[in-house]
Design a protein around this ligand. Structure first.
Ligand code: SAM
Length: 281
């Protein structure tokens, strides 16, 4: 354990804001594992979301070519400026990471994103990065264990859902390590996991109509105990169309959608797109 985080918090009399998910890392072994797990080198431009008092930021600054950090809490801005003033490869942005223009910050670099994120920010950021087609190399994040398990889950498991399909359509995922509550001040109530998502050069499966693909995926997991045939019925397709589409896609008429891999979801969405008609409504 290292006291740097605690020292800085004490030095500035910093008061934590619970609503901003402020749990700061105090275990330097975990800081090192995040930097190593993210595979940071001097060639990299790292964007860090939510630097806090800068504990992870400083380790990133030592490993990377340059680091841009985005912090929402105005109380942390002067602390970060003071503590990290010795680094000329550091840029600090005061703003909301869910709203800033990440493309403009990246300036064409193939960025590596690193973040220890509050729960409520995680899904909007990931959805923004993936759906808005922001160019990035990888995203290494510390998140609530349950959310990491959902991203990493395979078909037919209880954790497999829309988030798993979204993440796995665009990325390879790898769990770096688990992190217990005592690694932070104040201690969160939940266990955390560091997970790395590496963006694939092209999505995992060929999809003709991504809007239809994700609509199908959302429908399946909104009614996950139903059969795929019933999910499609709820989307407005006729019985005959559903039978034809499932047969053509080589999927059992009694199958549940939650058992489909990303590739099988793509096969089905592409078949529906090809058949092109059949909506009851
Ligand atoms: N990186 C530090 C660490 O590991 O010790 C702090 C992590 S703390 C879990 C999350 C940080 O994200 C806090 O500094 C918080 O103020 C910041 N934050 C919360 N919401 C944010 C948002 N929407 N945009 C940017 N930063 C945010």
């Amino acid at each position: 354990m290292n006291n740097t985080t605690k020292d800085i918090v004490a030095k500035y009399g910093f008061r934590f804001t619970k609503s901003l998910g402020q749990n700061f890392l105090v275990d330097m072994n975990i800081v090192s594992d995040i930097v190593a797990g993210a595979g940071i080198t001097k060639d990299d431009h790292v964007i860090e979301i939510g630097p806090g008092v800068g504990t992870l930021t400083e380790a990133l600054l030592q490993a990377a070519g340059k680091v841009t950090a985005i912090e929402l809490d105005s109380k942390l801005i002067p602390i970060l400026e003071e503590e990290l003033k010795g680094y000329d490869n550091f840029t600090l942005i005061h703003g909301d990471a869910t709203k800033v223009d990440l493309e403009a910050i990246a300036k064409g670099d193939n960025i590596k994103l690193v973040a220890n994120l509050p729960y409520y920010v995680t899904t909007p950021i990931i959805t923004k990065l993936l759906n808005d087609q922001v160019k990035f190399h990888s995203l290494t994040i510390m998140i609530q264990k349950e959310v990491a398990d959902r991203m990493n889950a395979g078909p037919g498991t209880k954790d497999y859902g829309s988030l798993s399909v979204l993440v796995q359509y665009y990325c390879d995922s790898r769990i770096i390590r688990s992190v217990p509550p005592e690694s932070f001040i104040p201690r969160p109530k939940v266990d955390s996991t560091v997970i790395r998502l590496t963006k694939l050069d092209t999505p995992r499966a060929f999809v003709k109509d991504e809007e239809l693909f994700f609509k199908l995926v959302r429908q399946v997991f909104n009614m996950r105990r139903k059969t795929l045939a019933n999910n499609l019925k709820a989307m407005g397709y006729s019985k005959e169309f559903i039978e034809e589409a499932l047969t053509k896609a080589g999927i059992d008429i009694k199958a549940r959608g939650e058992t489909l891999t990303v590739e099988r979801f793509a096969d089905l969405a592409n078949t529906i797109k090809e058949l092109g008609k059949g909506e009851d409504k």
